[in-house]
Design a protein around this ligand. Structure first.
Ligand code: GSH
Length: 197
C-alpha cells in the first residue's frame, strides 16, 4: 500500500491526499510535523535528503517527493490529466506557475503569519502585493473558464486550490477575487471537502 508522509497543515501534502481520495487509491498517512522537526530526523532524511513533506513510499518501496510530481505519478492514466497534448501542456503550465509564483507567495505568507505568528511588519512586504496579483491572474482566467484546464476538474485545480482556499490565513482578501471564491467552492464540492472559508 502507498504510504504518505505528510503534515496536515500543508497544502502541498493535502494535494496528494486529495488525488488519492478522488481516485480511490488506498494509502496510509503518517503525520510528519515540520514544526516539530520530524522532517529532519536521520530516518526521514534517509528517505528524502531534502527533508520535506510530502514524501511517499510506493507499495514496492520506491520513494518519491515533490507534491506535483507525486500527483502526476498517482494520477497517470486518469481523467485528472488531459489526454490532449496541448491541454496537458496547459496543465503543466499551471503546475509550474503554482510552484514558482503562487505557493512561494500565498503559502509562505500564510506560514509566517499563522504558524510562525509573525507580525505583518516582520513579514516580507513584497508578499502581499505579489499575492494579490496572483489572485488577480486566477480571477481573470476564471472569467472564461469553470476549471483551469479542459472544462473539468484536473491536477491544475487540485494543485492551485490547496493553498488558495487558505489564502485568508495569509492575510489575502479573497472577496476581491469573487470568481476564485466560486471556483474554490466548486472544487471543494468535487473533492468532497468541507468549506475552508
Ligand atoms: N516544492 C515542494 C515543497 C515541499 C515543502 O516545502 N514542504 C514543506 C511543507 S509544505 C516542508 O517540508 N518544509 C520543511 C523544510 O523545508 O525544511 C513540494 O511541492 O512538495
Amino acid at each position: 500500500m502507498l504510504t504518505i508522509y505528510g503534515d496536515s497543515i500543508s497544502g502541498n501534502c493535502l494535494k496528494v491526499k486529495f488525488v488519492c481520495d478522488r481516485l480511490g487509491i488506498a494509502y496510509r498517512w503518517i503525520e510528519t510535523s515540520v514544526l516539530k522537526g520530524e522532517t529532519r530526523t536521520p530516518e526521514f532524511l534517509g528517505m528524502n535528503p531534502a527533508g520535506q513533506v510530502p514524501t511517499v513510499k510506493l507499495s514496492d518501496g520506491r520513494v518519491l517527493s515533490q507534491s506535483n510530481a507525486i500527483m502526476l505519478h498517482l494520477a497517470e492514466g486518469s481523467d485528472l490529466i488531459p489526454s490532449d497534448a496541448y491541454e496537458r501542456a496547459l496543465m503543466f503550465q499551471w503546475l509550474f506557475w503554482e510552484q514558482y509564483s503562487h505557493e512561494t507567495v500565498i503559502a509562505v505568507r500564510r506560514f509566517h503569519k499563522t504558524y510562525l505568528k509573525k507580525a505583518d511588519a516582520d513579514i516580507d512586504p513584497a508578499l502581499l502585493p505579489k499575492g494579490e496579483r496572483v489572485l488577480a491572474v486566477m480571477n481573470d482566467h476564471l472569467a472564461r473558464h469553470r476549471y483551469f484546464v479542459g472544462g473539468k476538474l484536473g491536477l491544475a485545480d487540485i494543485a492551485l486550490v490547496a493553498y488558495t482556499r487558505w489564502a485568508d490565513q495569509g492575510g489575502f482578501d479573497l472577496a476581491r477575487a469573487p470568481r476564485v471564491q466560486d471556483w474554490i467552492a466548486r472544487v471543494e464540492q468535487d473533492l468532497g471537502l468541507a468549506r475552508a472559508a
